[in-house]
Ligand binder design. Structure first.
Ligand SMILES: [Zn+2]
Length: 701
């Protein structure tokens, strides 16, 4: 063990001396002419032109290619994991953070492997926090001088006087106070716990827990195992009440940068993937043959890559893949590649170019990769959706690097703009009630709608809220929740299931940002629901931002079903934003006719259900902190709608509750898309430039 560790330390400290080896090229003019494998051309010759084709066909194909030729196939096996918090200190880092030490016990094949996570959680936090996940090299004890931090299991086997047990010698790479101060949690682990970084490390590694490997030259080794381990850390993090599972940043330096990229390619939970000087087999293009090359890396570290990769020793031009393809697998998530000028062994230009050549996949998603093939100057970071910087100095992780990563993550996790204005929200909850096919013409004549009339009296309303054209369902539900017009959000017709016009903006879930998206961004803890009688709504809103999207199936035989589902959701979940969309009035309109006794009967029935929802807000204890909006997608005439008659285009907009004026008529014009903007105003959310809706400001006190 002792001898093996010396080997590890030797290689760790002396990689720089390889720079003197005659076979390494550092002369840009001696980089061979090379052709990169095409990112968007499938093996069968098909050219990918859409996100769908990329995700369905090309992305899985590239994952297989890289697994079989470079990182190894992740084996199937039922590995059990037990987590145990073995130490906790609520006043770590001078009271800035809560420190936890969490033992992961992996078991399989009758064996166990232990790995110790070191966790810092900011004490000053409101709600869940974003999390940096990353391995350390020389053990948890190396990143802090805190004597309470235990030795990682790998190091526990060493003699007490071993130099490797010296504390804090890697402390400069983990500026914990800065990271915590910025509001991020940190979870780190010694990578040797997962796979001891030695040619003979496999028997002590997590590989030993899997059944006999039958993947031959495509069998995984250390890099595959480290990538797998990062995902197991993410498993644990995602269960923690303090962690925002949507905001995980995976960071890796050098060989850990290679593992981080491979983990990020496979595991979509990592929203940001950071490669710090990952070099050959990481971010750097192999075909440039600059600095460290395939032959050197696979002979120095035969246990890192799958055995197949060594076949390309001295034959990089024959590689059927290159590293830009690895980086592209991280799209549409955030990617940061960083280099150091003094680390030519890692080929900074090759790292930059790989990120640049990954850009076409980001472009498929409508996201900006790196702008040109020309590298930026030192200390001139580019922070597009793909980010890059090169700094002065040697192969290392410095405060300069961390500060850039923190700036980038701040933006990546908030999508680059202030999300919540400084204004206090008007109310804590919004209930939107949408009634399909409810024309304003009906209000003067309708009988037996006491709840609707009471909302009109207690709040404000207009009977001149206009539908967008055509005055049909999907296009109007889309405009109501997406805050914009059909020309911009792209849903243009009655039954739109996908934008007929490309959406002018794609949010984080790759659809036009809705009011649900905005609230989710700003308030990750918000409870968001949408329950409908017509399933067409799910195609035109960002359902991934919604905790509970449900369909009241079979409502035709049970016209109170949706109401019961909504009552349950309100009383049990106390939703922040809840949309209830009834279809039954439109059904009556189509079947029997608008403006008929049956139409008014259905409206009166819906009025009693609205009364029940108001009662459930009271039961849930949130009524006094709620704004209720009752509106419609469109009206109708005779047995239909879709035309330009005001009977079809004008529908009511009623708003009532906390912070809303009483008994006033909303003057001027109001449009379908103004509903979303009004909700954004209630929650003090900044709306995207692609929204054209304006809040109904005159309704507010
Ligand atoms: Zn409709």
């Amino acid at each position: 063990m002792k001898r093996a560790l010396s080997f590890l330390l030797l290689t760790f400290v002396t990689t720089g001396t390889y720079a003197q080896q005659p076979e390494a090229n550092y002369d840009e003019s001696r980089v061979p002419h090379y052709t990169l494998p095409n990112l968007l051309t499938c093996q069968d010759g098909t050219v990918v032109t859409s996100v769908r084709e990329w995700e369905r066909h090309r992305r899985p194909e590239l994952l297989r290619l890289l697994a079989d030729g470079e990182y190894g196939r992740t084996p199937k096996g039922n590995i059990k994991v037990r987590y145990e918090v073995i130490a906790e200190n609520g006043k770590a880092l001078n009271g800035q953070a809560t420190q936890q030490q969490v033992m992961f016990t992996f078991s399989g094949q009758g064996r166990e492997v232990k790995a110790l996570a070191l966790v810092y959680i900011p004490n000053h936090r409101s709600g869940r926090v974003p999390v940096f996940i990353g391995y350390n090299f020389p053990g948890n004890h190396s990143i802090t001088d805190d004597p309470a931090v235990r030795f990682s299991p790998y190091f526990e086997r060493l003699a007490v006087n071993d130099a490797a047990l010296q504390r804090a010698r890697g402390i400069s790479r983990w500026p914990l106070s800065i990271i915590i101060e910025r509001g991020y949690a940190v979870v780190t682990m010694c990578y040797n716990d997962i796979f001891p970084d030695r040619a003979d490390g496999a028997p002590q590694s997590i590989l030993s827990l899997f059944p006999q490997n039958t993947d031959g030259d495509a069998r995984w080794q250390a890099l595959g195992a480290w990538a797998w381990g990062s995902s197991r850390i993410a498993d644990w993090v995602c269960r923690q009440p303090w962690a925002d599972a949507r905001k995980l940043a995976l960071i890796g330096h050098s060989r850990q940068g290679k593992a981080a990229l491979w983990a990020g390619a496979q595991d979509k939970r990592f929203e940001v993937v950071i490669s710090n000087e990952s070099g050959c087999g990481g971010a750097a293009l192999s075909k440039r043959e600059f600095g460290e090359r395939v032959g050197r890396i696979t002979s120095s570290f035969p246990h890192w890559f799958c055995p197949a990769f060594a076949q390309y020793s001295g034959r990089e031009q024959e590689l059927p893949f290159d590293q830009h393809q690895l980086l592209a697998l991280i799209a549409p998530r955030h990617l940061y590649v960083a280099s150091a000028e003094g680390d030519q062994w890692s080929d900074p230009r090759g790292e930059y170019l790989a990120a640049y050549y990954a850009s076409p996949v980001y472009a498929l998603y409508g996201l900006s990769g790196l702008p040109s093939a020309t590298m930026p100057a030192l200390h001139q970071p580019i922070h597009h959706h793909v980010a890059y910087h090169i700094r002065a100095g040697r192969h290392d992780v410095t405060d300069y690097d961390w500060l850039r990563y923190l700036d980038y993550c701040d933006r990546a996790f908030s999508y680059g703009r202030p999300l919540v204005t400084n204004v206090k929200p008007v109310a804590g909850h919004v209930l939107v009630i949408g009634i399909d096919g409810w024309g304003s013409y009906s209000l003067p004549k309708a009988q037996n709608i006491p709840n609707i009339r009471s909302l009109m009296q207690q709040g404000c309303y207009t009977l001149h809220d206009r539908s967008v054209l055509p005055s049909s369902s999907a296009v109007n539900w889309a405009s109501m929740f997406n805050g914009s017009c059909p020309e911009l959000h792209g849903y243009t017709t009655w039954n739109s299931k996908t934008p007929e016009i490309p959406s002018s903006e794609l949010g984080e879930h790759l659809v036009f940002p809705s009011i649900f998206t905005l609230l989710r961004r700003a308030r990750p803890e918000a409870v968001i629901g949408c329950i409908a009688e017509w399933d067409g709504i799910k195609h035109v809103v960002d359902t991934l931002a919604i905790d509970n999207y449900s369909l009241a199936e079979g409502w035709e035989n049970d016209n109170e079903k949706l109401c019961r589902m909504a009552e349950q959701f309100i009383t049990e979940q106390r939703p922040t934003l809840f949309a209830v969309c009834w279809d039954q009035l439109d059904h009556t309109g189509h079947a029997i006719g608008h403006d008929t006794p049956e139409y008014y009967q259905t409206l009166a029935h819906l009025d009693t259900l609205i009364g029940r929802l108001i009662q459930s807000l009271k039961t849930a204890g949130i009524y006094d902190d709620t704004v209720i909006i009752v509106t419609a997608d469109h009206g109708g005439k005779e047995k239909g709608h879709g035309g330009k008659d005001l009977l079809e285009m004008e529908h009511p907009f009623i708003i009532c509750g906390k912070g809303i004026r009483q008994g006033a008529v909303i003057p001027g014009t109001l449009m379908q898309y103004d509903t979303a903007a009004t909700i954004a105003h209630i929650f003090s959310l900044t709306t995207p430039q692609s929204w054209i809706g304006r809040p109904a400001l005159s309704a507010f006190e």
